[in-house]
Design a binder for this molecule. Structure first.
Ligand SMILES: Cc1cc2nc3c(=O)[nH]c(=O)nc-3n(C[C@H](O)[C@H](O)[C@H](O)COP(=O)(O)O)c2cc1C
Length: 164
């Protein structure tokens, strides 16, 4: 039997990039959630997936809108990753981001390395998460630099500056 701690600690050995999944709230304002479950699914059609906890606000907004944006964070955007990982009631202080709306009206976080605007084409419920499969309708490439990473429960970066 696999314990919860064993499972969590083993998953922490898998280094991922960091994204912010963006939606619009019921007032039409940007809502963001830090997510590292983002994965590409298929090239043709262009499909991606993200796994979203039932208890998040993002789950509610994706359910009601049928769409979501994925912003790939750069190493300069660690504060944004930390900000959107907190529950909305704990997101105090200066907002560490600026945004614009994509052509299809999804929030794009300025400075992100890449943005994918997605339309939900399928979803699967497993445990306390929904896997949303999104067809990518729009892409924009933005900031330069290296990606932000998440490894062993911490933000980190590639750190590969040494020449061979
Ligand atoms: C690095 C990192 C990755 C995360 N990935 C996910 C994820 O893939 N899916 C998810 O539901 N929550 C994920 N979370 C937790 C959410 O960011 C967190 O619950 C957030 O407060 C939800 O915001 P919301 O309720 O405003 O939507 C992650 C947190 C961190 C720090």
């Amino acid at each position: 039997m696999v314990t919860k701690d064993e499972f969590r600690n083993s998953l922490a050995k898998f280094a991922t990039g960091v994204t912010v999944v963006t939606t619009l709230d019921h007032q039409g304002a940007l809502h963001g959630m830090t997510a590292n479950s983002f994965t590409s699914v298929c090239l043709a059609p262009p499909l991606v997936l993200v796994c979203v906890d039932f208890r998040t606000h993002t789950h509610r907004f994706v359910e009601s809108s049928g769409s979501f944006g994925v912003n790939i964070l750069s190493e300069q955007q660690k504060d944004i990753g930390a900000y959107f990982a907190r529950p909305p009631e704990d997101r105090h202080g200066e907002v560490p981001y600026q945004h614009r709306l994509s052509e299809k009206g999804l929030p794009v976080i300025e400075g992100s390395l890449a943005f994918f605007g997605c339309r939900v084409v399928d979803s699967h419920v497993h445990g306390d998460h929904t896997i949303y499969i999104g067809e990518v309708d729009e892409i924009s490439l933005g900031g330069s630099g290296k990606p932000l990473l998440f490894y062993e429960s911490q933000f980190t970066n590639l750190g590969l500056n040494e020449k061979p």
